[in-house]
Structure formats: structure tokens, C-alpha cells
Design a protein around this ligand. Structure first.
Ligand code: NAD
Length: 424
């Protein structure tokens, strides 16, 4: 008798998932198996281990990875995450998603991604600074403004990017702001970068609501994840008249049918002695994952991978799922949601605002000429709206889902670059 349960049978390895997404879209596009074979694997993956002196004088050795998927279109680009669950396969997958993300929004990069296996919540500010500097020192040979440009991701932020840029610049003996994006404004960061992922996601949601003929005013929203992406998305959607009825983070989920008081949730999040579950307007959900199944217009997964699977996809009630997180939906869940008629904005489009404004930051660093926030947001809007329309039109033409269409556009662009270089 088989002991394999349905959960075990479902593919949850993000590297295998991105490969199957690539294969499916590539076949529909009609590219050769040679092209798919090249794109199925990252060009380079670096494993590093590095010692860090802790506050108590002990030495701890950390492990990390940097994956560079494809440099056909331009230098590789992508975030660095600090998380205890970082694995080489996860980093490889995330670097591939970055290539396809850059392709959808047509910015001249390939995909990269990095990660350090650690739980930053356990360390002091000084220890995090030394981990950040240690990791940059370990990967410095393969990154650079014309090679590979990191950025923030889960549990990393602009301060960490600042320390990393400083380490790289000292090693090279020259100021190199273009080596990393998402930096503090005082050392070459771009206006609008901190909000860019969320703002891009909000622009995409606005377009999707137009497609469905629904107004933003009064639309109900559930957001899973209350960090850089989720927290700012909640605020931007509320500004547009949406009602944020549920918010979740690593401590649990809170729900209020009439709409949560976002300011209060933000205050609780910033208060180290409280959690968002202390919100007096909302009710904590007994099972935090029930947030995903609420009867809302818009669901925004903005935390981690594989939260919508074949186990819960048929219970998702939202009209729009906007993937602010990378890889929150498995391929099996994708099929179920498509059949149910859910309009799913795939991660490589929905959270591309971050890399678009990272690209703007890099351009400003190379020019040493800085733009206003208005200009950044206007240019971001143009790119996201145009990309949504392109993806939606292709999905409509091929009667397929937006993820497959987004991959098709991207694979086409990367394939043209590989042809132009004479690789294929
Ligand atoms: P973050 O570290 O700022 O926030 C992560 C949030 O997720 C936190 O609120 C945390 O409490 C919450 N969380 C962690 N585990 C959870 C769980 N089990 N259930 C519910 N919530 C949980 O990270 P971020 O930058 O907001 O990134 C979130 C997602 O967005 C990631 O998938 C990341 O790859 C993606 N993303 C981020 C950016 C960016 O510019 N920050 C760009 C593109 C994609």
C-alpha cells in the first residue's frame, strides 16, 4: 500500500517548480528544447562559508549562496535574503524567477539571487552588520555594477545594503554605489525604491480590477505578510479606498469584517513588546492560514513560498490573487485557480516593481544624476501598466493563464538575446 499522501506527492521544491513553469510556457511558445535546457539551470552558483565574531567573543560560521541564472540580456540582478530555511535550490529557483521577471518588464538584466542561512531576529545590530559585511566579502569576486547587482529581500533592508556597498567599495578602493540597489538615500539609493515592490503590485491590482470591471473603492483585501511588500501594499490599497479586512505575519493572522485600523496594526508591528494579534478591532484567526481562504476581492500573499497548494486552492474565494511574494502558488494550485476563474497576477509581474526601481537606482548611480520621486513613480507606473496589458493580451490570445503568458514574453526576449550573441 502506498504511504504517499497528496501533500507529499505535490512538487514543493521551488527549483523544480520554476523548471516546470519554464517547460510549460516554452513548449507553448514553441522554442527549441536546446533553449529550454540552457534556461533550466543557473549559469553559476557560488557556495560560501565565512566566520563572524559574535558579541560574546565567540566565532560563528555562516553559510550562504549566490546564484546567477542568465547573463544573456545583461548583468544579473536579484535580492539577498537572510533566513534559516535558505537552501541552494531555493536560491537557484529565485535567481531563475528574477530572469523571467526582468524579461516581463523588459529591464536589461538577467536573474541573480543570494541568501545567508541565518535567523537575523536572533542577532544584535552589530552582529547583523558583521554577517552582512562577511557575506559581501565572500561573494565580492562575482558581483559588481557590470556583473551582478544584489538588492534587499526577506529579512534584509536598506541598512544592510549600505553596509554591503561599503564593504565592496573598500575592497575595490573606489566608491561603487552601482554594485547594490535598495541602499539608503544618502549613499545613492533611489527615491521610491522602498515602496517600489508594493507600488508596482498595487498598479497591477488596479489594472486587474479594471479588467474585471470592479471599482477599487470598497474592495476587500487580505494580506499575508506584513513586511516591506505586504505592509506597504496594504497602505497603498487603503489609500485607493480598499478595505483591508485581514493581515497576517509570522505571529498569526488578524481579521475584521468592517476593515482593520491599519495605523494601529502598524504601531503594534513596530512595538517589540506586542504583536499584530493584540489589535483591539480584529479577531485573531485560530488557524492563521485561513486568511488565504477568506471571501475577499483581493488576496495578496506577501510572505513566503508554497502557501497556495492543491490542498487549499479550491477553497480560495478571492477574485484576484496578487503574488507579492515569490512562488506562493504551486503549479497544481495554479491549474485549480485558473479553472475556478481566479485572476492570478503572477509574481514575475506582480512584484516586479522592486526590480524596476532597482534598475532606475542603478541607472541613477551610473549617471550620478538623481530623479524626483514623482518621476520614479511615473516611470514605474508606465512599465507595470504596459507589462500587464502585454501579458493579459497574450494570455487572452492563447487562452491561457497570466503566468504562462508572462513566461512566454520573457522566454522570447531572453531567446532573442541568446540568438543575437550567437549562443544558439
Ligand atoms: P520582509 O522580511 O520585509 O517581510 C516578510 C513578512 O512575512 C514579515 O511580516 C513576516 O512576519 C512575514 N512572515 C514570515 N513568515 C510568515 C508566515 N509563515 N506566515 C505569514 N507571514 C509570515 O520581506 P519582504 O521584502 O516583504 O518580502 C516578502 C516576499 O516578497 C518574499 O517572497 C520576497 O521574495 C518578495 N519580494 C520582495 C521584494 C522587495 O523589494 N522587498 C521584491 C520582490 C519580491
Amino acid at each position: 500500500m502506498s504511504t504517499v499522501t497528496p501533500v507529499e506527492a505535490e512538487q514543493l521544491n521551488p527549483y523544480k517548480i520554476v523548471q516546470s513553469q519554464l517547460e510549460q510556457a516554452g513548449k507553448r511558445l514553441g522554442v527549441s528544447q536546446d533553449v529550454l535546457n540552457i534556461l533550466k539551470k543557473p549559469k553559476r552558483v557560488l557556495y560560501v562559508s565565512f566566520p563572524v565574531k559574535m558579541d560574546d567573543g565567540s566565532i560563528q560560521v555562516f553559510e550562504g549562496y549566490r546564484s546567477q541564472h542568465s547573463d544573456a540580456v545583461g548583468p544579473t540582478k536579484g535580492g539577498i535574503r537572510f533566513h534559516p530555511d535558505v537552501t541552494m535550490d531555493e536560491v537557484k529557483a529565485l535567481s531563475m524567477w528574477m530572469s523571467f521577471k526582468c524579461g516581463v518588464v523588459n529591464v536589461p538584466y538577467g536573474g541573480g539571487k543570494g541568501g545567508v542561512v541565518c535567523d537575523p531576529r536572533k542577532y544584535s545590530k552589530g552582529e547583523i552588520q558583521r554577517i552582512s559585511r562577511g557575506f559581501m566579502e565572500a561573494i565580492a569576486d562575482i558581483v559588481g555594477p557590470e556583473k551582478d547587482i544584489p538588492a534587499p529581500d526577506v529579512y534584509t533592508n536598506s541598512q544592510i545594503m549600505g553596509w554591503m556597498m561599503d564593504t565592496y567599495s573598500r575592497m575595490k578602493g573606489q566608491v561603487s554605489p552601482g554594485v547594490i540597489t535598495g541602499k539608503p538615500l544618502s549613499i545613492g539609493g533611489s527615491k521610491g525604491r522602498n515602496e517600489a515592490t508594493a507600488r508596482g503590485c498595487a498598479f497591477a491590482i488596479e489594472q486587474a480590477m479594471k479588467t474585471l470591471g470592479k471599482p477599487m473603492e470598497g474592495a476587500t483585501v487580505a494580506v499575508q505578510g506584513f513586511g516591506n511588500a505586504g505592509r506597504i501594499i496594504a497602505g497603498l490599497l487603503m489609500e485607493q479606498g480598499c478595505k483591508i479586512v485581514a493581515i497576517g505575519d509570522s505571529t498569526g493572522s488578524i481579521y475584521c469584517k468592517e476593515g482593520l485600523n491599519l495605523k494601529q496594526v502598524e504601531q503594534l508591528k513596530d512595538d517589540d513588546s506586542a504583536t499584530i494579534l493584540d489589535d483591539s478591532n480584529g479577531t485573531p484567526l485560530e488557524n492563521p492560514e485561513d486568511l488565504l481562504e477568506l471571501d475577499v476581492d483581493i488576496l495578496v500573499p506577501a510572505a513566503l513560498e508554497n502557501v497556495i497548494t492543491s490542498q487549499n486552492a479550491d477553497r480560495i474565494q478571492a477574485n484576484i490573487v496578487a503574488e507579492a511574494a515569490n512562488g506562493p502558488t504551486t503549479p497544481k494550485a495554479d491549474e485549480i485557480l485558473f479553472e475556478k476563474g481566479v485572476l492570478l497576477l503572477p509574481d514575475i509581474l506582480a512584484n516586479a516593481g522592486g526590480v524596476v526601481v532597482s534598475y532606475f537606482e542603478w541607472v541613477q548611480n551610473l549617471m550620478n544624476y538623481y530623479w524626483s520621486e514623482e518621476e520614479v513613480n511615473k516611470k514605474l507606473r508606465e512599465i507595470i501598466v504596459h507589462s500587464y496589458q502585454e501579458v493579459y493580451a497574450l494570455a487572452d490570445e492563447h487562452q491561457t493563464d497570466l503566468r504562462t503568458a508572462a513566461y512566454m514574453i520573457s522566454i522570447q526576449r531572453i531567446t532573442e538575446a541568446m540568438e543575437a550573441r550567437g549562443w544558439i
